[in-house]
Design a protein around this ligand. Structure first.
Ligand code: ADP
Ligand code: MG
Length: 375
């Protein structure tokens, strides 16, 4: 299943790049590189640097991703694995520096999303069999097991950080940063690219990406993944510095007895979240966009607007189980659907709490959020 998802990613990446290139006739040199991290293909595109400089830059970024992949892997042994081993004891221990920022950011985003985004439910995700490349638990988890883990109520707020020491007040907490790590990694990669003097680039992890600057003065045009997982539903142009993230039920799943079970778990029920096919979020920081796409998927067609408001998100597209497109007006204004007549569209009230550039950063060392505003 990982292979077929990879193939879909490839298709999408090809179309994404083609769209970006067709927006203009390139004047500046463009470097592209592709490598594997976080179980997906990472595509790096940098504009305006010569070949030899690009080779150095791309080696540095590839190195970053290899490090992050190892540090944050949810089931391979490594720093996060060690943290997960130590958490249930309840005793304080020194957190590896590679994991601490993810815990701090994860705590904040869990809080802002009303704990619909909840990286503390690692035990539930493992129970459903998503802590393996095969993504097949053999048999479905029993209702009692699921209920026991839901009742134990693992939350990021059970983690107490004092300096570099961490302790956990709930033995049910196991960390899984599958809904956040890719975004955080992309933010760090963009920060590193800027330190290396790059002003125009895209870091694209299987269709989830952050784009900075432009392509010879033209905005990057980004393909939005179709909720079927293959193909494109529409496109949008990024504004100076933005991330576009999609969470979908087609990403990782298995079928049992004719029913499909996907990898985004509703922490309130312990079962795969229902009612949504995909959610696309546009936000400046990839970290926030990644967590928000997962949180809004769990929130569903009824509640996504409130949670987006709480998270300070300015642009959302949610495709529900019936194929209806839910959007806020600012998203509708900038999204170019490939076949507008094919879709029923439901516009929400404007999102008014979107963070703006003038606000202080939510958390060092990430850049400030914004500039998302309803017209
Ligand atoms: P993808 O990384 O495939 O694009 P997401 O960003 O939505 O998709 O992340 C899904 C992953 O996040 C799951 O595979 C799992 O590791 C983790 N996860 C599942 N449910 C939740 C949840 N409610 N809150 C936080 N993380 C979750
Ligand atoms: Mg996510």
């Amino acid at each position: 299943m990982i292979c077929s998802a990879g193939a879909r990613f490839l298709l999408l990446l090809v179309s994404g790049v083609a769209l970006a290139l067709s927006a203009c006739s390139p004047q500046q040199p463009a470097g592209t590189a592709r490598f594997l991290a976080f179980g997906t293909l990472i595509d790096l595109t940098v504009i305006g640097v010569e070949d030899r400089a690009f080779d150095r830059i791309s080696a540095a970024i590839q190195n970053d991703f290899a490090y992050m992949h190892k540090a944050w892997h949810a089931w391979d042994p490594g720093p996060l694995g060690r943290v997960n081993q130590l958490l249930p004891s309840g005793k304080p221990f020194a957190v590896p520096p590679s994991v601490l920022p993810l815990i701090e950011t994860g705590k904040q985003l869990a809080e802002d999303s009303g704990h619909l985004f909840n990286p503390a439910i690692g035990r539930l995700i493992a129970l459903w069999g998503f802590h393996s490349e095969e993504m097949d638990p053999g048999s479905l988890p029993s209702a009692e097991e699921v209920e026991r883990l839901v009742r134990a109520n693992p939350r990021m707020s059970d983690l107490i950080i004092e300096g570099i020491m961490l302790r956990c007040t709930n033995p049910a907490v196991q960390l899984d940063f599958g809904g956040l790590g890719k975004g955080y990694g992309i933010d760090l990669a963009i920060q590193h690219l800027r330190e290396l003097g790059v002003e125009n680039a895209i870091v694209n992890a299987g269709g989830d990406l952050r784009a900075i600057g432009s392509r010879d003065g033209h905005p990057w045009r980004i393909a939005i993944r179709s909720p079927t997982g293959s193909g494109v539903i529409g496109t949008l142009e990024t504004r100076r510095d933005e991330s576009v993230f999609t969470s979908g039920n087609y990403e990782r799943y298995f079928t049992r007895g004719g029913k499909t079970y996907h990898h985004i778990i509703d922490p309130r029920t312990g079962y795969p979240a229902r009612g949504v096919r995909s959610v696309t979020v546009v936000h400046r920081e990839a970290t926030v966009a990644d967590a928000a796409a997962t949180a809004l998927f769990v929130a569903g067609p009824e509640h996504w607007h409130r949670i987006a408001q709480q998270l300070g998100i300015g642009f959302v597209l949610l495709v529900d189980e019936q194929g209806i497109l839910h959007m806020n007006p600012a998203m509708a204004q900038r999204l170019q659907l490939l076949d507008p007549a094919d879709h029923e569209i439901r516009l929400s009230p404007p999102l008014t709490a979107a963070r703006t550039v003038s606000e202080p950063p939510r958390q060092a060392p990430l850049p400030t959020s914004g500039p998302a505003q309803e017209p």
